[in-house]
Ligand binder design. Structure first.
Ligand code: HEM
Length: 414
């Protein structure tokens, strides 16, 4: 039965849809009536025959697809489901070098290496430095506020900590951080015309960042130090990363760890300020379940995609080999089969088996512990330094094909 509520031509990955809202009512309708639904799209670039994708909307099915890489490949697992708009054939070869788009056994090899940089101990070792960063970001926002106490939360608070965290993790020297941050920011958000970032600027920034990271790797191969870069690249013949592999890994970190966390922090602030009982609770008790609920509530990555490696079945539908399959984390995170009253923002929600960091398969977010630490630290700093913060405007949403993004959120303190 086709879903009655979905207008003809409706596409969940249309940047013009996400510009205005996450299509939660449409997801709810699909979960009920057609949980795996074919969404037609414009024909792709020459050579690509596909003309649409399957939208997978139930929590259980998103998990199933994510945990069966032998049926659903991550090759072409670009964040932009309408890859025909942005990604040309030659770029696809480049995409293959990024672990997010790899399948086993290549993915398993790279993941085992890079995991060493993300152990609980490695993340804990960043905590003091990041706590101090969070406090100084908040202090600077306060100092730079307009006379009426207002400032833009996105640029003044949410933007910086995620980039500082990545720089801290891989040990980028202080004097290089400004350019790293600039390249990172230019690689994202090119769906939004307001940023005037063309694909060319994005590609140039990516090239610069990769070559910067490759130089770092080459340096550490020559003179290993006690840092994570050395741990990942030192002895290549003993199963470490080659310099170019490290370059592409840093590129992925700059994309995967930057806007995602920024948007989690921004949506988190908005949710806390629009739910004063939850903000009061946070200020009183600082529940360590908050970050997970913020990621569920915000679901910064609306969806990723897989490609079927063989004919198979999903949710009663026949999927053909080569079909693209979009796993909609935003929908899964509001599935009432799994979450009691998913429409309620509850920072004490526990358990909270949300799929905001992925569906639990081999690509599950490598940076989850770092992201939740950042969220804890920034809200602790805000609760300490500006407990009276209030909204001073509606969020201005980002135009994007895959991110639940906010580019401006005016707030004010007394
Ligand atoms: C993968 C979300 C923060 C690094 C992913 C995936 C999602 C995700 C949905 C894909 C999962 C899959 O395909 O199954 C998020 C969200 C974040 C966040 C919502 C913030 C709230 C970070 C941070 C880092 C990071 C801070 C590192 C600095 C990665 C990497 C992968 C990944 C390297 C690829 C893993 C692989 O292919 O094996 N993330 N992420 N993420 N994330 Fe995150």
């Amino acid at each position: 039965m086709p879903c009655p509520a979905l207008p003809d031509g409706f596409d969940f990955t249309d940047p013009d849809v996400l510009h205005h809202r996450v299509p939660l009512p449409e997801f709810a309708e699909l979960r009920r009536s057609e949980p795996v639904r074919w969404i037609p799209q414009q024909p792709g670039v020459a050579g690509f025959e596909d003309d649409g994708y399957w939208a997978v909307t139930r929590h259980a099915d998103v998990k199933y697809v994510s945990t069966h890489p032998e049926l659903f490949s991550s090759f072409l697992n670009t964040a932009v489901i309408r890859f025909n708009e942005h990604i040309q054939r030659e770029q696809i070869e480049v995409q293959r070098l990024i672990m997010l788009n790899m399948d086993p056994p290549e993915h398993t090899r790279v993941r085992q290496i890079v995991q060493r940089g993300f152990t609980p101990r490695a993340i804990r070792s960043l905590e003091d430095a990041l706590r101090a960063r969070a406090a100084s970001i908040v202090a600077n926002a306060l100092a730079g506020a307009a006379p009426d106490g207002s400032f833009d939360f996105v640029t003044q608070v949410a933007c910086e900590l995620p980039l500082q965290a990545i720089a801290e993790l891989i040990g980028v020297p202080q004097e290089d951080r400004v350019k790293i941050f600039d390249w990172s920011n230019k690689m994202v958000a090119y769906d939004d015309p307001e940023y005037a970032i063309t694909e060319e600027i994005g590609a140039e920034s990516a090239t610069e960042l990769i070559s910067y990271a490759m130089n770092m790797a080459a340096d550490r191969k020559r003179c290993p130090a006690k840092d994570i870069v050395s741990t990942l690249v030192a002895a290549e013949d003993q199963g470490n990363l080659a310099s170019d592999e490290f370059g592409f890994f840093v590129l992925l970190l700059a994309v995967a760890g930057n806007e995602t966390t920024r948007n989690a922090i921004t949506h988190g602030m908005h949710a806390l300020l629009t739910h004063p009982d939850q903000w009061d609770l946070y200020k009183r008790e600082r529940p360590r379940t908050t970050a997970e609920e913020i990621v569920r509530w915000a679901t910064p990555v609306v969806a990723f995609q897989r490609t079927a490696t063989q004919d198979t079945e999903l949710g009663g539908r026949r999927i053909r080999k080569g079909d693209r399959v979009g796993v909609f984390y935003s929908s899964a995170n509001n599935d009432p089969e799994v979450f009691e009253r998913p429409e309620v923002f509850d920072i004490t929600r526990d358990p909270n088996p949300h799929l905001g960091f992925g569906g639990g398969g081999p690509h599950f977010c490598l940076g989850k512990s770092l992201a939740t630490l950042e969220i804890d630290l920034i809200f602790d700093a805000i609760a300490d330094a500006m407990p009276d913060l209030r909204l001073a405007g509606a969020p201005r949403r980002l135009r994007s094909a895959w991110l639940n993004g906010v580019k401006e959120l005016q707030v004010a303190h007394a």
